[in-house]
Design a protein around this ligand. Sequence first.
Ligand SMILES: NC(=O)c1ccc[n+]([C@@H]2O[C@H](COP(=O)([O-])OP(=O)(O)OC[C@H]3O[C@@H](n4cnc5c(N)ncnc54)[C@H](O)[C@@H]3O)[C@@H](O)[C@H]2O)c1
Length: 362
Amino acid sequence: MAKKVRAAVIGVGIGKYHLEGYQSHPDSEVVALVDLREDALQAAACKYGVANAFTNHREMLKMKEVDCVSVCVPNKFHMPLVMDCLKAGKHVLTEKPLARNAAEGQKMVDAAKAARKLLMIQFNNRFRPESQLLKSYIDAGELGDIYFARCGWLRRNGIPGWGNWFTTKDLAGGGPLIDLAVHMLDLTMWFMGNPQPETVLASTYSVFGPKMEALGPWGTPNPKGVYDVEDMAVAMIKFANGATIALEASWASRCKREWVYSTLMGKQAGASLERVFEVDGIDNTSVDTLELYTQRFGQPVNQSLIFPADEAMGRHSAVMHFVDSIVSGKQPISPGTDGLRIMKILDAAYKSAQTGKAVTIK
Ligand SMILES: NC(=O)c1ccc[n+]([C@@H]2O[C@H](COP(=O)([O-])OP(=O)(O)OC[C@H]3O[C@@H](n4cnc5c(N)ncnc54)[C@H](O)[C@@H]3O)[C@@H](O)[C@H]2O)c1
């Protein structure tokens, strides 16, 4: 029997999905966990039956048997930890966003190339069943060229961990633009065949966050902490092939309800992938839908496919794909370079919001 891929997970917050993903794959196992918080580390090691637990990732990296590492820590620490893992000869799956900005992301991509190791980014929305199905329709030419898309992730009352790392620019790099929009922008660009971005015009707003309103249920608010990021962002992105994306994201806005969506306009057909929440607010029952908009016999025809909500939002499948990539030696479908392309757009969006002018991406 071939040897299993042996993984380590750094960060036991969202890292639990990585643990479960590795443990669901017949060809992988988790051999080590790392977290600064001893109590959370021991609880996860016990729950998932992982023998080795460390509070310092450098101790874990001494384990020769570790083949790959999931990096699931606050955004500021993606770059240094990923670099350490690559230098230690491990394949790396890092959480989104790739880093706080493109300069950090470039270093990570360069390091993976130099180390000849895989660097994958956890763009889990690509791995949702409805995303996979829509992508196969697009690749089969069902939509034709996609020239316009609208996408976004709007929350009404969903500021995560007020005063903790999520709302501190130095630790997170930004607010919902870098936290939520990153997912739907990536998904939409993937549907569109990853066109080359050229120009970004954006605005950011901080309306409810500074007043400590519209808090979500994640994390414990820290009233003594910092809130210096946006709570809403909008952007228009133009691509070299003439296509355009209109993007919106909020942690806090007086929108109707939480809404996660990507709507595509193709020259033959349109499509919309949505996660719609049942009632206002957050963490309510949601339903995932995929609709196709075509024209047959001169009439509009709509097709609607309904999917059961996947609480994991493709996270387990993404981790399992990473294991498959290591086993096959092939690049994953969401390599670090795709994360870097998104970081360049987000950098341009923040700059545009600051200057009030459109920003060209070089
Ligand atoms: N893909 C998704 O759907 C998704 C969802 C949520 C968060 N994320 C991303 O995952 C990352 C982590 O977010 P989270 O929600 O789990 O945050 P979190 O604060 O809940 O957990 C982060 C964990 O990392 C640990 N940690 C911090 N620095 C560390 C270090 N140097 N070494 C070891 N452990 C360290 C913390 O102690 C904490 O337990 C972020 O980049 C975030 O953007 C992705």
